[in-house]
Design a protein around this ligand. Structure first.
Ligand code: C2O
Length: 349
């Protein structure tokens, strides 16, 4: 055992796992990842890689060229063989393996899990980072950027149009929650029955709580400090992960399915293309949170967090080892978010 034990999945251990409702699922890659060579993550070369600008999905839905491009990229991804780690179902199953506990930790028999703790933000950042880079590569466009579902702002509080058709659509959704239905950011399985205007005001108020009034310390916003080994295990989500993140997953999934698949359950959530846009907004809000309170919101400095590592395939199908410390500077990752108004940030305490 190394002296400083990092939280890391043991890639030889992928095994069938269980969903939240105790359903048995098999989402391991066809070939053990431990049989593949591993390279360490490297930042893209800034002279070769332009900055990718992520824009609001409801705005981009009006951009026919963009929608066509995104559809094409997802269609190609879906057509790749399952053996190819860039295949869409393989992408979705990364989420399934890391989120249902299909891997044990390196050096421990404890399961690896990336929800309900401070692993949540960086792990999902890197998952969609590679997804975005693969999509761009498949259509030969290195400016391709994942749109963000701007559900924290009244202008974006519905399913963005682009996700209603073509390869960006998904049948496993709650039919009563499609446009013009306004999202319920605190959905618990029961319709709130508010008029659109009241629901929007409610959502904005919730955002104020989750981003500001209840998130004044990193541990509140980020979630508990999950570390390596049995003693390091913890399960307590940060404010934003809890809601609207979890609640919108649940709101989006199909009411006809036992676990509200696709979006409503961890094993199936990333099978819906809207997942990546949902997480693009989560990723943006992490950036926004850091700039609140005169930028006094800072990320943890604990080396246990910074050295936690994950594995993803890049656009060249190489297996890459990424550490959380690689995930903290989006300029180095060569993307940014278009500035939008965050209406919840103007509410006075
Ligand atoms: Cu891994 Cu939105 O969940």
């Amino acid at each position: 055992k190394p002296s400083h034990v990092v939280l890391s999945p043991n890639l030889t251990t992928c095994h069938p796992s269980y969903t939240e409702q105790h359903k048995h699922v098999k989402c391991c890659p066809p070939k053990r990842l431990s049989e593949e060579p591993i390279i360490d993550f490297q930042f893209p070369d800034p002279s070769a890689q332009p900055i990718r600008v992520r824009r609001p999905a409801h705005v981009m839905s009006q951009d026919i060229d963009f929608v066509a491009k995104y559809n094409k990229a997802i269609a190609i991804m879906k057509s790749l063989p399952y053996d190819d780690p860039r295949n869409f179902m393989r992408q979705a199953n990364i989420h399934c393996t890391f989120c249902t506990g299909a891997y044990n930790q390196q050096h421990f028999n404890t399961l690896m899990s990336v929800h309900m703790s401070w692993i949540f933000f960086p792990w999902h950042r890197m998952m969609i980072y590679f997804h975005e880079r693969i999509l761009g590569d498949l259509i030969g466009d290195d400016t391709f950027a994942l749109p963000f579902w701007n559900w924290d702002s009244p202008v974006g509080m519905h399913v963005p149009d682009m996700f209603l058709n073509g390869s960006l659509s998904d049948k496993q959704r709650d039919g009563s929650h499609l446009p013009p239905q306004v999202v319920d950011s605190n959905y618990q399985g029961k319709e709130r029955g508010l008029a659109s205007k009241e629901q929007k005001a409610y959502n904005v108020g919730l955002m104020y709580t989750q981003m500001i009034s209840a998130a004044k310390k990193p541990e509140l916003f980020m979630g508990c400090p999950f570390k390596a080994g049995k003693d390091g295990y913890c399960k307590s989500p940060g404010t934003l992960e809890n809601a609207p993140h979890n609640t919108l997953h649940y709101w989006m999934g199909s009411s006809l399915r036992h676990e509200r698949e696709d979006m409503g359950s961890l094993y199936s959530a990333a099978r819906d293309p809207i997942f990546y846009s949902h997480h693009s907004n989560i990723d943006r809000l992490w950036e926004v949170w850091r700039k609140l309170l005169n930028s006094k919101n800072i990320d943890p400095e604990d080396p246990d967090w910074l050295d936690t590592e994950f594995f993803f395939h890049n656009e060249k199908s190489q297996l890459v080892r990424v550490k959380i410390r690689d995930a903290l500077d989006i300029t180095k990752l060569r993307y940014t978010f278009e500035e939008v108004v965050n209406p919840w940030s103007h509410i006075n305490a």
